[in-house]
Design a protein around this ligand. Structure first.
Ligand code: NI
Length: 170
């Protein structure tokens, strides 16, 4: 087991577009395992490549619902989404301590490959739909506060700076 350092807001790696994974090598499998271990260790349930410092299109999610438990998504993309929006309070291991309400499509259909390179599709609503969209955003250099209005985003950034300052003092 190898833990990776979770990149935090301000790290340029979080603003870059990730590359497609062209071949699922043992190294990619190892990366997926590391990402899961890192996510569990941080009491998170999800992580995207750039958060582990790797600019590759891979996401791990562990949110139990009726159909899916542990999800490893290689080269995921949103095939379709509902017109209806839903608002959820989101947080992120890269913006630790910050929680903001974000509005996103209520349901999504996501296509991806598994660790054997086999394509699969997930239809999700609710929390899983939020997580999928949040994590897929990371692959294109977007974090959840990027969805907020300018004013709210500025406020969120100020909050984050205060949180970090307190962390350092603690
Ligand atoms: Ni995140």
């Amino acid at each position: 087991m190898a833990l990776r350092t979770i990149r935090i807001q301000g790290d340029p790696v979080l603003t870059k577009k990730c590359r497609e994974i062209t071949e699922i090598t043992p190294k990619i499998r190892e990366l997926a395992e590391d990402m899961l271990d890192t996510s569990y260790e941080a009491n998170g349930v999800r992580l995207a490549g750039p958060q582990g410092g790797v600019l590759k299109r891979i996401v791990v999610i562990d949110i139990p619902d009726e159909k899916n438990n542990l999800l490893v998504l290689v080269n995921p993309y949103i095939k379709s989404h509902t017109e209806e929006l839903a608002e959820f309070e989101e947080g992120c291991l890269s913006l630790k301590g910050l929680y903001e309400k974000v509005s996103r499509p209520d349901g999504v259909t996501v296509c991806a490959q598994d660790l054997d390179g086999k394509p699969f599709e997930i239809e999700a609503t609710g929390l899983l739909a939020v997580c999928l969209q949040h994590e897929l955003d990371h692959l294109d250099g977007t974090v959840f506060i990027d969805h907020l209005s300018r004013l709210k985003k500025d406020r969120a950034k100020t909050k984050l700076r205060k949180l970090r300052k307190n962390d350092k003092q603690a």
